[in-house]
Design a protein around this ligand. Structure first.
Ligand SMILES: [Zn+2]
Length: 238
């Protein structure tokens, strides 16, 4: 069994769930991050990603799609204004992209693999596309992760989570490799690290020293969750 993480952009999967990646590696599983929108005009972000994944001893696959701000139809930008990236519905010219991405993912993933996918709490149009593209994967072994730093906006009627204790230092250290985005979005490494720690113990505020990842699973299909929890969880917190 291989374990995959589907990351809309560089940084999403590591920021959201590097603690879980580390846990799976310690159990001896092969872990690969598949980045969907990985085409940029410079090497800064790809290099940051490689540095983070190297720290986690995790493999990288890039699907090579352009991120939303670079996509056009006949020369006209699909999402011309920056705020549209975080509020727009999926442009009609992007609809074929959903199936293409799904086909790419299913050409890599087999029925016995375990796949970690974004839960869909980001308003970014690229994240919405990935949520749609991961709705019907080859495998039913799916766990969801919450997308940091976006807030969890709603409850998920068909999903529930279990918290697992994780190593916060490796999570933070790997996440800090994405320097360019950290300074763009959070202005300093300290602010970023404290927000990530708060994210990690959001539902368990009394635990000052312990940090967690919430593994979301489908309540109607608990095979992925049971498989992992039989191996991973010594104690449950939720
Ligand atoms: Zn993203």
């Amino acid at each position: 069994m291989n374990i995959y993480f589907i990351s809309p952009h560089f940084d999403d999967a590591v920021w959201s769930s590097a603690g879980r990646m580390r846990l799976f590696r310690e159990l001896g599983y092969s872990v690969t991050v598949i980045t969907v929108f990985s085409q940029y005009s410079s090497y800064i972000r790809p290099n940051e990603n490689l540095a983070a994944l190297k720290l986690l001893d995790v493999e990288s696959i890039c699907l090579g799609y352009k991120e939303a701000s670079l996509r056009d139809f006949d020369g006209v930008a699909l999402y011309a204004k920056e705020h549209e990236l975080l509020s727009a519905d999926i442009n009609i010219h992007d609809i074929p992209l959903i199936k293409k991405i799904a086909d790419d993912l299913n050409s890599l993933i087999t029925i016995s693999d375990l796949v970690n996918v974004p839960i869909g709490n980001s308003p970014h149009v690229d994240h919405k596309i990935v949520t749609r593209a991961t709705a019907n994967l080859n495998t039913k072994n799916v766990l969801w992760f919450e997308e940091f730093p976006y807030p969890l906006l709603c409850q998920y009627e068909s999903k529930h989570y279990k918290s697992v204790e994780i190593d916060i230092d490796s999570w933070v250290n790997a996440s800090l490799q994405y320097t360019s985005q950290i300074y763009n979005l959070f202005s300093s490494e300290n602010i970023f690290a404290s927000l990530l720690k708060r994210f990690s113990r959001k539902y368990i505020p009394k635990s000052e020293k312990l940090f967690f990842d919430r593994l979301w699973f489908d309540i109607n299909n608990t095979s992925a969750y049971e498989y992992i929890f039989n191996e991973v969880v010594q104690s449950e917190y939720s």
